[in-house]
Each structure stands twice: as C-alpha cells, then as structure tokens.
Design a protein around this ligand. Sequence first.
Ligand SMILES: Nc1ncnc2c1ncn2[C@@H]1O[C@H](COP(=O)(O)OP(=O)(O)OP(=O)(O)O)[C@@H](O)[C@H]1O
Ligand SMILES: Nc1ccn([C@H]2C[C@H](O)[C@@H](COP(=O)(O)O)O2)c(=O)n1
Length: 229
Amino acid sequence: MSDTNRLPPVVTIDGPSGSGKGTIAKLLADRLDFVLLDSGALYRAAALAALNKEVDLSNDKLLTRLAKDLDVSFTLDVGQVQVWLEGCDVTADIRMERVGMAASKVAAIPGVRAALLQRQRDFREAPGLVADGRDMGTTVFPDAPVKIYLTASAEERARRRFTQLRERGVSVSLRDLLEDIRARDAQDMDRAASPLAPAEDAVELDSTGVGIDEVLQRVLLLVRDRVLS
Ligand SMILES: Nc1ncnc2c1ncn2[C@@H]1O[C@H](COP(=O)(O)OP(=O)(O)OP(=O)(O)O)[C@@H](O)[C@H]1O
Ligand SMILES: Nc1ccn([C@H]2C[C@H](O)[C@@H](COP(=O)(O)O)O2)c(=O)n1
C-alpha cells in the first residue's frame, strides 16, 4: 500500500509509440506480480469498434457515445493479455497500424477520454498496478509514487517497429514507418485533451541504444526505492 492514501501503488509508464512502454510494463508487472493496464488497448478497441461500424472519426458525439457503451474486456491466457470486443477476440486486430492511427485520432476527443477514465482507474488493485499509456502519470493516476516517461529517438522507434512487423511477416518500408511515428507523435503531443507529456514528477528515461534488460533494471531500481522499501 502507498503511505499517502492507502490505495495500492501504481507505476506509470508513459511515452511515445515504440518507446518500449508495453514491453517494460509487462516485464515489470510479471516481476512484481502487479496488475497490468495497457491503456492504449482500450483506445485501440474503441477505434476498432468505430472502424467496424464505419463511424466517421471526426464525429465527436457519436464516438463519445460509442466509448461510453464500449463492450470491451481483458482476460489472461498463459500470462498474455487477450482483448475482447463485443465477445470477439481482437487481440491481434487492434495491433494493426491503421488501428493505432485511428486510436490516436479517437483519443483526441475529450468525451472519449472522459468515458474511458474510470475504466482505467478500476484496474488499481492490490498488490499494485503497472499502467502504460500517454497520460497515466498526468491525468489517470496523478498520485502514482513512480512515474516513468520512456522515450527513444523517432529513428530508433521506427527501426524497432520495422523489426517487430517483419517478424510478424508484415512487409513495410522503414521510411513510411518513420513518417507514421512522427505523425502519431504530433497527434498525441499536440492535442488539447491530456496530451502526451511527462508529468512534472516523472523520471525521464531515454532508451535509445539501451537494451530492454537495462531499461527494466533502471525501472526496478526506482520501484524498489519508492514502493518496495
Ligand atoms: N529498449 C529496447 N531496445 C530495443 N528494442 C526494444 C526496446 N524496448 C522495446 N523494444 C522493442 O520495440 C518494439 C516496440 O515496443 P513496445 O510495443 O513495447 O512499444 P510501445 O511504446 O508500447 O509502443 P506503442 O505505444 O505503439 O504500443 C517491440 O518489438 C519491442 O520488443
Ligand atoms: N493513455 C493513452 C493510451 C493511448 N492513447 C492513444 C494514443 C495512441 O497513439 C493510441 C494507441 O496507443 P498505443 O497502443 O500505441 O500505446 O491511443 C492515449 O491517447 N492515451
């Protein structure tokens, strides 16, 4: 329990696309036996629902309604999170690049963010939560005792995504990926509602040229110092 409010502690990991938030959040949650919240998956599920229903992505009112009524749930299968939308397994579908871009658009709508806020807070359970996204430390869990802002250069993030997609058998150009990453950064950072930004009390970690294990060790040191000591 955190001393300040007796709520279970939260470790927030925010940062731009491809910075490694999801990877580090999963490893950390496994290591600490904490609950995991992949908040991007919620926005991606909302975007997929909108794409499936052919809702215009600039129709704030309809998208807010859709987010309020969103029938999404998460289950664990051999340690892996599965995402369900209206009873269908959409774990793989929400990872498509076009869904990521659509999620970034849908996430700029204040009504959509408000509709999804409490669902995210409901993940806070004992013994603790690791939450990754864009506004975990600034808006969703402002009292979190550990806040990480994880970055990497756009070029490195595009290379990571390129390798990831190639391993999945998806053929893409590195140049297109770099353009997409820059467009998504701009969209997520420049919006008015909960833009991607480090919380004032976040620790910034630049993972450019730093391996996954090393990043995890640095985060674990902070958690041990602020939560487990
Ligand atoms: N420090 C690192 N060094 C090298 N590769 C990394 C590092 N961190 C993550 N990766 C790899 O980069 C890819 C993207 O990582 P990940 O999905 O965790 O990023 P993300 O920030 O969660 O992205 P998104 O916000 O788009 O979901 C994965 O293939 C992952 O294995
Ligand atoms: N807390 C969050 C999480 C995600 N989003 C938006 C912005 C992202 O571009 C998009 C997809 O997220 P990802 O799965 O790539 O982490 O969803 C947000 O605005 N706030």
